[in-house]
Structure formats: structure tokens, C-alpha cells
Design a protein around this ligand. Structure first.
Ligand code: T68
Length: 828
């Protein structure tokens, strides 16, 4: 494939840098009208909100484009080692607000729209966010590319352009019903397709031997079908720095050769079917988080985007005469979980079969080009692909994996002679009835570094999940605690707090978040505290107007806003929170607690359940039933309210998080790898009630015990209880408050007695994540929350200190740590 222009430009202006339109209101108005008239083909007075949105997005994009071209030119002129971030998911959130903020166009656009009589808020609301991820892992990737652009680090994010992102959640009589996410339907103004850089991706077929140079025996893949990976580029603007990096998302199309061949046989219908088959690969995001389904199409997606990305980098980005022996000096591919790990045998295959290298040289290169981030501790979340499936879909890759494994196990045997059990445990191939490829082992063997996403998580990876590997290669293991971008999750999401902070300490914190420390003295200032509360109130009002527009119930004023937003999963223990709500209600019903003693609270849930995860869906159904009973029971005197707005996504997170008072981070210790919502909430001045899990540990250490409500078993206690034998039924029987709450649910008080009994039966009988064991500690901690909330000044002081001490959780800091600990690393 040609990598440069075929004809050198001859025009005298051809090598001039692209110039963005002038940054003034008149020019912007003109550019916008031009986009509206000539891009959308409508006059202003006949334009719809969608026309206006598309024209505005295109106008803003043209301002960014000059930065993007200049960044690329600069990077070509001064090549530096680059990060290739490989992630099957990017949960980007809306683009318009972010583009305006980072390119410093907000003021101009507000005035331009005002002059044109256009409602900017309505135009912004028109954007459907690209939901190309499930939850934390996908959002983390989006925060990381934002930070890298802001830090002017050379990075290309590679991923999949799913035609349908994470489903839209609706509730029908309290039950989750999934609706396809047609995010592309009304236009996709932020992307540009680049068909000339399409990459063919092969599948299937067989492997054959042949005689290579000097008669050396070599292997080559004879695939029997293929698809075309067509790149769509997105610009990733840095904050106020003129940088725009690239996010390249691949879309699957039928290759011309493929359908022509069939078409020539006269079977038109079959040719079209082939096209549909190809397009299937990037059709839909798998909505399973933490529980991979092991579906063939999923492995196709993984190989599809990774092969396209590595091919694009090697054969499209690097100069044609590049000496591949120096590849590790030019690129580090960061593997966002195991989803892109098939890239390891793919790079081996390219070096061996296409570039003719010998094994040792190919491995020396490959084993310096990848680093692996693990995002889980749940054994069921670790991907294992059936050998038979990999063999069928990617036969040459399967051979290479076997060979990597043989050589690796030989090294293990050499180091631990006679320790067959260790060899079995460490093998990349899980033996037994269904042989499987353990993708985490493959990643760990090949990577320069393996990292967990919070200190506790990285420790548990070393001590438990990958303990044998950590003994073999202690220096390979490291930690990088996650972070979140302060641009989207504070500046953009929370203007009232942002201007309060700016008034106090200036704006330097936006790219240097540790400077929020300078706010600490303001916690003692009553005037500042009152301003802080008024910013919270403004955010609550704003949230209410959003909920109103969505047709969701309004939140009562003057309630504590108690927020639990994250995917619905048993280990995260939404059920524990629900039990606390029901026990408060039951206390009032039974007269144990006078209603006037209940702290006025709104408990807000936001959570999607994987469509195939029955228990999670039943939990959603129960929360909604509890909400409808509690919210309409006059005995509570309006003091307890449960809200569950549907379709929690990045857009809603940006509204919700700034309004929150209390952040629920109540996973069973040792199960939540890190969490990042916990960071966003603390940064926006919510106090955390949480277990000693994931990044909660670090949040508590930084904000201080007085400003954090810790409860529950620690991880070692959980492990101890597990090994001793956990009997939830005994906890249930011995705690009358807990028993009454569970009994009230099981009695059918909240409707659907059958469903209620089944869920409660499972809880009392199994309780896989020990909600009952932590119930009393949780209730006690909530009593402390109530007591503190009653002291408004003390609460506000703690909230301000949470903001001031959360600077560490910027994803800019995470990126610095990756640069220092992983991407600079030249080991072996
Ligand atoms: C999350 N993982 C962790 N997985 O649960 C969370 N899984 O603790 C952590 O903060 C976050 O990653 C970022 O490190 C996920 O979000 C998935 O979404 C996922 C998706 C597909 C398959 C498996």
C-alpha cells in the first residue's frame, strides 16, 4: 500500500500550514452559517435543532482541524516514542462541550448563537453520546486519551466503531428493557472516514509449510475469508494547548474481492449476504461487563481491531524503510485488559511470516512492544478462549501461541525443576476437557509491564491472581492508580464549583490538579462554605431540570443526595444499599424509628444490568418496586425518596455527580479493582461511605478518616471468612433489623411476591458477595453519615477537603505514572 501522496504537490501554497478560521464572533457566525447553508443545505429560518447541531459541530471541528494537522506535522518532524492505546471500548461521552472547552471557544460560541437566536442548550442536548463502552474500563480509556493530548504526549487510540453502542436502558413496569443505541442515526459530525487507509483483516483457513530462503522450513497462513477494516478518525483535543491527537476507530466492511467473486458466480443475494456478514463484526458492543461470554463474534471483533491497528501502524504510519528491529524504540502498545491480547501473536506472525524474521528476533521485539493492564480480580472475568475456536478462526495464531507457551514453560521448568503443578498453573493453555487459551497469561508472558489499577488491586494481583508470575518476574509488576479527567468531570460538569475554585486559587489547577490543595484553608472560611453550598444547590437545580426534561421524578429540595451510580453487579452490592433503605422504611412502619428522626434523603441509583444477567435485572426490578412504594407512602413524611433515572451514561453522570452529597462505594473488599466514579464524586465534593476496596483505600488515605465513612470487612477478613465458611442464614437469623427488612421484601410488600422471595432466598441462602455480613457495619456507618449531615458546617468543611485533597486522582497523574513506570521502560 502506498503511504505517501503519489504526486508531489506543485502549488506554491501546498506546504503552508492549515489555518483555522479567525477566533472572533463575526467569523464564527459566518462559518456556522456556511456549514448550515452549504453543509446541511438549509437556511437558518428553516433549520431544525439537528441541523443546527450538525452545523455547529462541523464548525467547531474545522477550528480543531488546524491543530490536528499541525500536531501530526510536528510529530512527523520530531518523531518520539509513541503510545498505541489498544482498547475495545471508549466511553467518550458527548463531544461538543468537550471540544468547546478544550479549544477555548465557549465564549465565542455562546455569543454567536445568541446573535443568531439559537438556543445553545437545546443544540447541545441534541447530541447523542458515543457510548462505545460498558463502564469504567471504557471511560478510563477516554480519560487517558484526553490527558495524553493535554500533556502533548504522542498517542494514537485504537478501537472499534460499533454501529450500536451500549444499549439504551428503559424501564417498563420497573423492569429493564434494552433499546438499541442508534447513535449514528442523526449524523456523526465528529468523525471522518479514511477509506484509503483501510486494512484487510483475514480469518479462517489453514497453515502450510514451505521452503523459505536457503530452503529453511517456514510456515504461512492461508486464510479463507477476510473483511476490510475502514478507519474513522476522531480528534482528541488537548486542553488549551493547540494539540489534537487521534482516536482511530475501525469499522468492518466487505472486501471488494470477496463480494465480486461471489457476484461473478451470478449469486447477487449471496454477495449481499457476504457484505452483511462482514459488517456484523463491528455492528454491536457486547454489553457484558466483567463476565465475558466467549462468543465467536467477540473474538472476531478483538482480532479485527487489533490486526487493523497493528497493520495500520507498521505498514501505514512507520516509514517504509523502517528497521523493525528498532520497533520497541518507536511504539508501546498498551493493552487495555485482555481484549486486545491477540495482538501479541499477531505481531509475532507479521515479524515471522511477513518480514521473514527468526523466532528469537521476533520475540525480542514483540516482548518489548506490549504492556498489559488488568482491570479485574473476579476469576470469571478473565478471558479464556477455547483452543478449538482460536484454531478455527486464527490457525496460525494458535500455532504461535503454542510455541510461545512451549518456550515459556521450558523456562519455568528450568527455574523450578520438578514443579509440575506450577507449570500447570502458569501454562497459557488451560488443559482438561475444554482446552482454553488464558489471555491474561499470554499477556503477562509477553508484556514489559503488568499493572493493576489501584494499589490494593495491584497487590492482590501479585499475591493472588498472578502470584506465580510475580515470583518469576517481580520487576514486571507495577501499579498505576486510575484517574479521571478534571476537564470533563469538574470544569465542564460543574461550572459553579469551577468558578468558585477559580475565584479562590486561579485556574492553574485544571492541568495541575494537585494545586487544589490550595483550597484547604478555605474549608475554615464560613463565607466560602456558604458559597460552596450554594454551588451544590445550583447543581441540584440543574439536575432537577434535566430529570424533568427526561420525564423522571423530581428530587425534593433540602434532601441529602445519596448516590450510587455504576454498573449493576452483585459484587458492587446495590442490594446492600437497598437493604439499608428498606430497613429505614421498615423502622418507621413498625414504629421502631419515629419518622421525624429520619434524615431527609434521596437515594439515587444509576445502573445498567447486562441483558443476560438475571440476578442483576431482578435487582433493578426490585429497586424500582421499592421506590414506587416508599415514594408514595405518607408515613415517611416525605423524608425518604428513592430515584432511579433510567439509562445512566456519561451525559447523566456529568449532571449527577456535581449534585451529590454522599457517594456510595460499598463493594465487597477485594472485588472492585479500582472504581473511578468514587474519584469523580470526591472531586466534586461528595463524602464517601465505602469499604476498604479498590481506590477507596487511597481516597480515604488522602482525604483523611474524618472526611470519609469507612465500614465493613477488609480484604483479609473476607478471605478468612470465606475459608472458614460463610453462612448468611445465620447472620439473617441473628440480626432482627436485617431480618425484618428481608422479611418485608419477601412478604411481597413491594409487589411481585414470587420475584421478591426468589431474590431474598438467594440472598439468605448464598449471598455470594457477603452483603449480609457487612449489613450492620453499613447501618452504623450510615448513622454516622446522618449525624454529620445534621451539622451543616462540619459536613461542608469535609466536602471542601474532599475536593482539595483529590488532586491525585487526575488522569494526568495516571499518565505521568504510565510514562515513568511503563512506557519509558526498556527491560529484558
Ligand atoms: C472496571 N472494569 C473495574 N470492565 O471494574 C473498575 N469487562 O474497578 C475499574 O475502575 C475500571 O475497570 C477501570 O480500571 C470494567 O469496566 C468492563 O467494562 C468490561 C468490559 C468487557 C468485558 C469485561
Amino acid at each position: 500500500r502506498a503511504t505517501g501522496p503519489q504526486f508531489p504537490p506543485t502549488h506554491h501554497l501546498a506546504d503552508q500550514p492549515a489555518v483555522a478560521p479567525a477566533r472572533d464572533v463575526d467569523t464564527f457566525v459566518q462559518e456556522f452559517l456556511e456549514e448550515l447553508n452549504f453543509g446541511q443545505g438549509v437556511p437558518l429560518d428553516r433549520s431544525t435543532i439537528n441541523h443546527q447541531y450538525l452545523a455547529l459541530a462541523s464548525t467547531v471541528r474545522s477550528y480543531l482541524m488546524a491543530d490536528w494537522l499541525a500536531t501530526a506535522a510536528r510529530r512527523r518532524a520530531h518523531p518520539a516514542k509513541m503510545v498505541g492505546y489498544l482498547s475495545a471500548e471508549y466511553l467518550l461521552g458527548r463531544q461538543l462541550g468537550n471540544a468547546l472547552l478544550n479549544s477555548d471557544l465557549e465564549g465565542i460560541v455562546e455569543e454567536a448563537m445568541r446573535q443568531l437566536g439559537i438556543d445553545l442548550a437545546a443544540v447541545r442536548a441534541q447530541e447523542v453520546e458515543p457510548g462505545l463502552g460498558n463502564g469504567g474500563l471504557g471511560r478510563l480509556a477516554a480519560c487517558f486519551v484526553d490527558s495524553l493530548a493535554t500533556m502533548d504526549v504522542s498517542c494514537i487510540g485504537y478501537g472499534i466503531r460499533y454501529e450500536y453502542g451500549i444499549f439504551r436502558q428503559t424501564f417498563v413496569e420497573g423492569r429493564q428493557v434494552e433499546v438499541p443505541d442508534t447513535w449514528l442515526a442523526l449524523g456523526a459530525p465528529w468523525e471522518f472516514r479514511n477509506p484509503e487507509r483501510a486494512v484487510q483483516v483475514d480469518f479462517g483457513g489453514s497453515v502450510e509449510s514451505y521452503a523459505g530462503d536457503q530452503g529453511r522450513p517456514r510456515r504461512r497462513w492461508r486464510p479463507d475469508w477476510n473483511v476490510l477494516a475502514v478507519p474513522y478518525n476522531y480528534m482528541v483535543p488537548g486542553y488549551h494547548n493547540g494539540v489534537a491527537n487521534t482516536l482511530r476507530l475501525w469499522s468492518a466492511e466487505a472486501t471488494r474481492a470477496f463480494d465480486l467473486q461471489i457476484f461473478n458466480h451470478g449469486d447477487y443475494a449471496e454477495a449481499v449476504r457476504a457484505q452483511t456478514f462482514a459488517e456484523n463484526i463491528s455492528k454491536v458492543l457486547y454489553p457484558e461487563d466483567s463476565t465475558p461470554q466467549g462468543k465467536e463474534l467477540r473474538l472476531q471483533q478483538q482480532y479485527f481491531f487489533v490486526a487493523a491497528s497493528i497493520g495500520d501502524y507498521l505498514h501505514g504510519t512507520l516509514p517504509e524503510d523502517f528497521d523493525l528491529a528498532r520497533l520497541p524504540e518507536q511504539i508501546i502498545f498498551q493493552l487495555n485488559d485482555t481484549h486486545p491480547v491477540i495482538g501479541i501473536p499477531e505481531l509475532m506472525r507479521l515479524l515471522l511470516d511477513v518480514h521473514g524474521m527468526e523466532w528469537d528476533q521476533a520475540w525480542a521485539i514483540t516482548s518489548r512492544c506490549f504492556a498489559y493492564t488488568c482491570h479485574t480480580l473476579l476469576p470469571e472475568a478473565l478471558e479464556v478462549w477455547p483452543v478449538s475456536l482460536v484454531e478455527r478462526l486464527l490457525p496460525r495464531h494458535m500455532e504461535i501461541i503454542f510455541e510461545i507457551n512451549d518456550r515459556f514453560l521450558a523456562a519455568v521448568r528450568a527455574q523450578f525443576p520438578g514443579d509440575d503443578d506450577r507449570v500447570r498453573r502458569m501454562s497459557i493453555i488451560a488443559e482438561g476437557g475444554d482446552r482454553g487459551v488464558r489471555m491474561a497469561h499470554l499477556a503477562t508472558v509477553a508484556a514489559v509491564r503488568v499493572n493493576g489499577v489501584a494499589e490494593l488491586h495491584s497487590q492482590l494481583l501479585r499475591d493472588k491472581v498472578l502470584v506465580d508470575f510475580a515470583q518469576l518476574w517481580p520487576e514486571k509488576f507495577t501499579n498505576v492508580t486510575n484517574g479521571v479527567t478534571p476537564r470533563r468531570f469538574l470544569v465542564s460538569a460543574n461550572p459553579p464549583l469551577t468558578s468558585l475554585i477559580n475565584d479562590a486559587i486561579g485556574g492553574g489547577w485544571i492541568t495541575d490538579l494537585e494545586r487544589l490543595r490550595e483550597l484547604e484553608p478555605y474549608a475554615e472560611d464560613p463565607v466560602f462554605r456558604e458559597r460552596f453550598r450554594s454551588a451544590k444547590r445550583a447543581n441540584k437545580d440543574h439536575l432537577n431540570s434535566t430529570l424533568l426534561a427526561a420525564g423522571t421524578a423530581q428530587l425534593p429540595a433540602d434532601h441529602m443526595l445519596d448516590v450510587m451510580v455504576k454498573r449493576l453487579h452483585e459484587y458492587k452490592r446495590q442490594m446492600l444499599k437497598l437493604l439499608h433503605i428498606v430497613s429505614t422504611y421498615e423502622g418507621v412502619l413498625s414504629g421502631r424509628v419515629p419518622a421525624e428522626q429520619v434524615t431527609p434523603r434521596t437515594c439515587l441509583f444509576g445502573a445498567k444490568a447486562a441483558p443476560g444477567y438475571a440476578t442483576a435485572k431482578e435487582t433493578i426490578y426490585l429497586i424500582n418496586r421499592v421506590a414506587s412504594v416508599i415514594n408514595s407512602d405518607p408515613k415517611l413524611d416525605g423524608r425518604l425518596f428513592v430515584a432511579f433515572p433510567p439509562n445512566y451514561n456519561v451525559t447523566l453522570a456529568q449532571r449527577l455527580i456535581p449534585a451529590a452529597d454522599l457517594s456510595e462505594q460499598i463493594s465487597l473488599a477485594g472485588k472492585e479493582a479500582s472504581g473511578t466514579g468514587n474519584m469523580k464524586l470526591a472531586l466534586n465534593g461528595a463524602l464517601t461511605i465505602g469499604t476498604d476496596d479498590g481506590a477507596n483505600v487511597e481516597i480515604r488515605k488522602l482525604v483523611g478518616d474524618d472526611n470519609f465513612f469507612l465500614f465493613g470487612m477488609r480484604e483479609p477478613e473476607v478471605a478468612e471468612l470465606q475459608s472458614r465458611g460463610y453462612h448468611p442464614g445465620e447472620v439473617y437469623a441473628s440480626n432482627p433489623v436485617l431480618k425484618s427488612a428481608i422479611d418485608l421484601i419477601a412478604s411481597g410488600h413491594f409487589g411481585d411476591r414470587g420475584a421478591s422471595q426468589a431474590l431474598m432466598g438467594d440472598l439468605v441462602g448464598n449471598d455470594r458477595f457477603m452483603a449480609l455480613a457487612d449489613f450492620q457495619a453499613y447501618v452504623d456507618a450510615q448513622a454516622q453519615v446522618d449525624a454529620k449531615f445534621a451539622d451543616t458546617e462540619a459536613w461542608t468543611r469535609s466536602a471542601i477537603l474532599n475536593v482539595a485533597r483529590s488532586g491525585y486522582f487526575s488522569s494526568d497523574r495516571s499518565m505521568r505514572d504510565y510514562l515513568d513506570r511503563i512506557w519509558g521502560a526498556q527491560v529484558h
